[in-house]
Design a protein around this ligand. Structure first.
Ligand code: BDR
Ligand code: CA
Length: 311
């Protein structure tokens, strides 16, 4: 089967870095571009991190489009408490060996979607600012998007406030635009990515994969330290890699169609994703919401894909 063409929209971020590695290593995917957004750290740092990861794995051929430096309607909220000052603290990573594409994220997405012979899958793993802007500015190009598989939201507890998951909390207005776009959406939320906690055994499996695996192991080790401090958990969830793995192997997720609404007004619950599991609103579903993850199958996809990469 021909590989699925994808554009990854990221804010690296430890788990975004692993998501990038997974996507580039998986023969089932063809990474057409990476676009960066402000989120875990400001835009300059997320862009530098995306370039450093791609340089590490020898993928300077993937165009990197620089995106939004702030959410649509709010000041940026970042997460250095989780990802460190650089956004990718832990391993020593060489500086990027190539520059971003001059077009910027939205123009790059538009050019690639327009030119593609097959519909493209978008995989956003940061705040949805770039994707929302792209959909608003280029509504006609929706026709050539196959679907959006995003890491964000939660059916239940949040991680940034008790109600909200980080990516949707940071830019709820963008999330609302994306969920109202009419495109097929798979929401890979926090409740499900929490099944993808990487403990000491996963770290050792990664380390054994070779030079790229060693960097991945160092990333997860740093991430484990901050997760322990902030959430009291020893096995940090590799959230963003789950969304990519679900494109590689859709069977790793059990999903259900339902209506998802984004809270943008309330101060208390800003960024909450309200998922109508039981169809109480009787509104048409706008997303396939992940309910369960086959944890073992996910890690197999992760190890198998990272094992393909050569530093
Ligand atoms: C999400 O927030 C970020 O900190 C992670 O990279 C992930 O995309 C999890 O809530
Ligand atoms: Ca992310």
């Amino acid at each position: 089967m021909a590989p699925t063409p994808v554009i990854l929209d990221v804010d690296p971020g430890h788990d975004d870095a692993l998501a990038l590695m997974l996507a580039c290593g998986a023969p089932e995917l063809e990474v057409r571009a990476v676009t960066t957004v402000a989120g875990n750290v400001p835009l300059g740092k997320t862009t530098r991190n995306a370039l450093r990861v791609l340089a590490l794995i020898g993928r300077g051929d993937v165009p990197v489009g620089v995106g939004a430096e702030a959410p649509l309607a709010r000041p940026l909220h970042t997460a250095e408490n989780i990802h460190g000052e650089s956004g990718l603290d832990g391993p020593e990573l060489a500086e990027p060996t190539f520059a971003p594409d001059g077009r910027g994220a939205v123009r790059l997405m538009a050019d690639l979607v327009e030119a593609s012979a097959e519909p493209i899958t978008l995989v956003p793993t940061g705040p949805l600012t770039n994707v929302a802007t792209f959909l608003e500015e280029h509504p006609r190009l929706k026709n050539n998007i196959s679907r959006i598989v995003l890491m964000g939201g939660s059916m239940g507890l949040g991680n940034t406030t008790p109600a909200a998951e980080f990516n949707v909390y940071v830019d709820p207005e963008a999330a609302r635009i994306v969920f109202e776009s009419g495109l097929p959406i798979t929401m890979v939320g926090l409740d499900v990515t929490h099944e993808a906690g990487a403990g000491p055994e996963a770290i050792e499996r990664l380390r054994a994969l070779g030079p790229v695996g060693e960097v991945a192991a160092e990333l997860v080790t740093f991430f484990a330290g901050t997760y322990r401090k902030v959430y009291g958990s020893d096995a940090p969830p590799i959230h963003d890699a789950v969304a990519v793995a679900a494109v590689v192997e859709p069977g790793i997720l059990k999903t259900r169609p339902m209506r998802v609404e984004i809270e943008c007004e309330s101060q208390l619950t800003r960024g909450e994703t309200i998922c109508d599991l039981h169809g109480i609103w009787s509104r048409p579903p706008n997303a396939e919401v992940a309910l369960e993850l086959d944890r073992e199958a996910f890690f197999e996809v992760l190890y198998r894909s990272l094992g393909e990469l050569v530093a």
